[in-house]
Design a protein around this ligand. Structure first.
Ligand code: IVH
Length: 705
């Protein structure tokens, strides 16, 4: 399509061509600026940019969010080395009001079975970016950004230029990873932006962006010229414990030479925590740097260790966020986006407005009930006021999430404003869009025939926690989806790309604008590298509703191999042994089971999955024996009352030792831990000859007595 004259393009062609140009130009930019290895000539580059501009001039409505004409300067480099964090860098659960904080304290005490008042630390949540600093024998040897929490970027050279970060420590443990936040003060941010503007360089939207942009510079001299600061608030690997409490550990970091936040205090229970929250909130405007809430952490480190982690957040900490910032603006239109599972999501197109330092032009409107002014139960929200195109609406941002619409000003509503009619047909494929009972969301029923769903599924398929194919991101997927010579319509098509390309003669990828021999070969190699894939990643990548990363992992651990999984979900219907086995998995409920089996028992879906798997080598997932503990790899069921620990703690501990915890007893159960009051499960275990022990027996077995 790339050779068709602009004036001969129809709208669909133009949309596809803009997608292609955006991908091609982004790659060319990356090759030029970041890799210092241009793949196309300056003249070719300019011609592509002109073509993009000409199409945009003819079809202004199709201008993309990521259009090359909107891009200023070079993309941020991704040329840093990668560092795997030995201790994951997690995020925090959020609390938005006093009740959430009280709930947090209740949950913690319940988990620990602690009846008295519990001590916490409270400290400001710094709005910057987190950094992990590794010291060995007192010398700074490595600095890594958080990245996805498991793997971050190596920014050691840049971190060394930050004055708050000591290069050497005296009296520190042999190995010590200090974690904290890199940030920029308001005054430094204003001065930096002024310098940038004077030099004709890009200015930053807020101090957080400025800090992130400054730390992630490939040229260390640029980082050195930026006024970055660092507060230490935690640690990763430590060869000797820093202290017995969070508060003392932070004091120890301060004694070692780190800046720690002076507003960190110890609080006894939720009332004291909330008092400190208000005290910090009152000082927020005069601190001189951005904070977006208060973080509470269980003070006793032994209790922190007992509490442990959920999949992405610690159980022992929570971030109490400050109320979001608000602004009024005009609602220009409502677009409907169709997601991976067919969900029709209304998006507000807004007259751009600055909210908390960031320009906002889109906001989510959630679903049709939200627009109509009612909640999922049919109760009025916003006093029952609906939202209409042309209305003045109040938007807010809370954290990094998509902006939301909070309120509407009826006094400014135009006389002829019409109630919004939510479509009952998919705007992308025309299939009926229906709402199932109890579902707030209207969904397109087109499945794989809906191009929007197909593209979103492909995007999900190649995303970071799924197949993560280097060089095949969302943009490239969109380009290949619309490509006439080398189309990718389903995941299986990705793995036949190279062989199909080989048969394309002159139209081969390497001969295209923006591709070239090396980048085409690199792409094919990256795809090839993912032909062998662990079962859990594959299950997540399929994008089946309700099968997120955690569920995919649970399923993969249970079935171990693709063959076992596939046989089970093909035959599982209510009443069968396969169905009962599926539901016996701890973490698998009715909804997930129904969604999973429906996908595998639907002919079209199944054909697409089978075609994909035929291309792959699926690696079995072996339940990781987390330790040499006697319960590693064993399936354990808890029943009855546990007296020394709560059920949640018992489960988390067992899993940390490499055991699988199941919800019901079956022939696969290795061990039943039965407390007083055990009933049918104990009987079933006796019938099946499953070893049964009591709580003390369990504690002795895991060496916890
Ligand atoms: S503790 C295991 N304390 O907030 C939890 N985080 O939403 C480690 N942050 O990624 C985090 N100030 O970048 C902690 N006083 C503070 C913080 C803080 C800012 C950031 C940090 C983290 C994010 C979590």
């Amino acid at each position: 399509m790339s050779d068709k004259a602009v004036e001969h393009l129809n709208e669909a062609d133009a949309r596809a061509e803009l997608a292609r140009l955006s991908a091609v130009l982004a790659d060319a930019n990356r090759a030029y600026h970041t890799l210092d290895a241009p793949e196309i000539s300056d003249a070719e580059y300019d011609a592509l940019k002109r073509r993009n501009a000409a199409i945009e001039a003819r079809f202004p409505a199709l201008i993309r969010e990521d259009s090359p004409s909107r891009q200023v300067g070079a993309p941020v480099a991704d040329g840093f080395g990668k560092i795997a964090h030995q201790v994951r860098m997690l995020s925090l659960e959020n609390a938005f009001d006093d009740a959430d904080v009280a709930d947090f304290d209740d949950r913690v005490r319940k988990y620990l079975n602690h009846s008295g008042v519990l001590a916490y630390t409270a400290e400001p949540k710094i709005d910057g970016l987190s950094l992990s600093l590794r010291y060995e024998h007192g010398q700074l040897v490595q600095a890594a950004t958080r990245g996805d929490g498991e793997v971050g970027e190596n920014v050691t050279d840049n971190a060394r230029t930050i004055a708050d970060i000591p290069h050497s420590l005296h009296g520190a443990p042999e190995v010590l990873e200090v974690r904290g936040e890199v940030y920029m003060s308001h005054a430094d941010f204003a001065a930096l932006n002024q310098r940038q503007a004077q030099a004709g360089d890009k200015t930053f939207a807020n101090p957080r962006n400025a800090a992130a942009g400054s730390l992630r510079q490939l040229d260390t001299r640029i980082t050195a010229s930026r006024p970055l600061r660092f507060f230490a608030y935690g640690w990763g690997v430590v060869s000797d414990p820093l202290a017995a409490t969070q508060f003392d550990a932070i004091a120890r970091l301060a004694a070692l030479g780190f800046q720690t936040n002076p507003l960190t205090v110890r609080c006894e229970g939720p009332d004291a925590m909330l008092a400190q929250y208000r005290a910090i909130e009152a000082q927020r405007a005069s601190l001189g740097y951005d904070i977006d809430g208060v973080v509470y952490k269980v003070n006793d480190l032994a209790l922190q260790a007992r509490l442990g982690f959920r999949s992405a957040t610690p159980r022992w900490a929570i971030a109490h966020k400050f109320p979001a910032e608000l602004a009024w603006t005009e609602l220009l239109g409502i677009d409907i986006q169709v997601g991976r599972t067919g969900a029709l999501s209304p998006v507000a197109r807004l007259r751009p407005v600055t909210v908390g330092g960031v320009v906002v032009s889109n906001a989510t409107l959630h679903n049709e009930d939200y627009i109509a002014g009612r909640d999922a139960k049919g109760q009025p929200i916003r006093g029952g006021k609906d939202i209409r195109v042309g209305d003045w609406v109040q938007v807010y941002r809370a954290g990094d999430v998509i902006p939301k619409v909070a309120d509407v000003d009826l006094d400014r509503r135009k006389i002829d404003a019409q109630p919004y009619v939510f479509p009952h047909e998919c705007p992308e494929c025309g299939s009926p869009a229906i709402r199932e009972q109890g579902d707030a969301v209207r969904r397109c029923t087109g499945g794989l025939i809906c191009p929007a769903q197909a593209v979103e599924r492909l995007r999900h398929f190649v995303s970071r926690h799924a197949f993560d194919i280097e060089g095949l991101g969302a943009k490239q997927i969109e380009m290949f989806f619309h490509d006439a010579d080398l189309p990718v319509k389903t995941p299986a098509d990705i793995f036949t790309l190279a062989s199909r390309d080989a048969a394309n003669g002159l139209k081969r990828l390497k001969n295209r604008d923006g591709f070239g021999e090396t980048s085409a070969a690199k792409l094919f190699a990256a795809i090839e590298a993912r032909r062998s894939i662990p079962l859990d990643r594959l299950l997540f990548a399929l994008g089946i509703r309700h099968v997120g990363e955690v569920a995919a992992q649970i399923l993969a651990r249970h079935y171990s191999t693709w063959q076992a999984f596939e046989a089970a979900v093909t035959h599982a219907t209510p009443g069968t042994a396969e169905w009962n086995d599926l539901l016996s998995i701890d973490g698998v409920g009715q909804t997930l089971a129904e969604s999973l089996t429906a996908a595998f028992q639907n002919a079209a879906e199944r054909a697409a999955i089978d075609a994909l798997v035929a291309q792959l080598e699926v690696q079995p997932v072996v339940w990781k024996a987390a330790s040499d503990s006697p319960v590693a790899g064993k399936t354990v069921v808890f029943t009855g009352t546990l007296e020394k620990m709560t059920r949640a703690e018992a489960k988390a501990r067992a899993e940390a030792l490499g055991a699988k915890v199941a919800g019901s007893v079956s022939a696969k159960t290795d061990l039943l831990v039965a407390g007083p009051g055990a009933g049918s499960k104990a009987k079933e275990a006796a019938r099946l000859g499953v070893t049964t022990i009591d709580e003390d027996g369990w504690l002795a077995l895991i060496g916890a007595t």
